[in-house]
Design a protein around this ligand. Structure first.
Ligand code: GRF
Length: 202
């Protein structure tokens, strides 16, 4: 299966996918990353792709007259690589109806909290501020809401009394990377079925 991975930052989730595919091989893992896209330049995530010899593209909101045109451009750029599955690994933009029209049902996201708790761009900070004793990460299909799509898998991470946001986020990311690699591989190898809010992977 062909994957396009979308990033906005350090790309450690992308790196986990790259490392797994390097270890297992494309046939072993069941997928290859055919391109990495970003909403901004100059991020380590793009460097990781370049180091792995993977084509990259950047689609910046400010380069487009409207948000809708950005959405369409992102969909076009992504579609040009003919992905079977698109993975948002720390991609920090909300895609619109144009992107979802093309990739809805085969677009997964990883979120650093146990959805439906703490959706949005500050899930780690919000869980900490709330005083949650456990938090975690969620891999889900993207729908037209913010972090509201059908959940595929979740991982639980304890919150330490002394945690600050970065310490907690790093602990979450250790679990998140493994969860994402496992889920993407299973979706690619086994296929899947989405029935309402339920996801079945044979
Ligand atoms: C991940 O924890 C992701 O869930 C969140 O931002 C982080 C991105 O990390 N949205 P990286 O870019 O994969 O290192």
């Amino acid at each position: 299966k062909r994957l396009v991975v979308l990033v906005s930052g350090s790309g450690t989730n992308l790196q986990a996918l790259l490392d797994k595919i390097a270890t297992d091989g494309t046939s072993g893992y069941g997928a290859e990353i055919v391109a990495v896209g970003a909403d901004r330049d100059g991020i380590v995530g793009l460097e990781r792709a370049e180091s792995a010899g993977i084509p990259t593209f950047v689609c910046r909101v400010k380069d487009h007259a409207t948000r809708d045109e950005w959405d369409a451009a992102l969909a076009e750029a992504t579609a040009s690589y003919e992905p079977d599955l698109v993975v948002s690994a720390g991609f920090m933009k909300i895609v619109g109806k144009r992107f979802l029209a093309r990739f809805g049902g085969r677009f997964v996201n990883t979120h650093p909290a146990l959805l439906p708790s703490f959706p949005g761009a500050h899930g780690v900070r919000d869980a900490l501020a709330y005083g949650a004793k456990v938090t975690g990460c969620t891999v889900h299909f993207v729908d037209d809401g913010v972090d509201t799509g059908p959940i595929i898998a979740q991982g639980v991470v304890p919150v330490g009394d002394e945690d600050d946001e970065s310490a907690l986020h790093e602990r979450i990311k250790e679990v998140e990377r493994r969860l994402l690699v496992d889920v993407v591989g299973r979706l690619a190898r086994n296929g899947y079925r989405i029935e309402g809010r339920k996801v079945f992977i044979p």
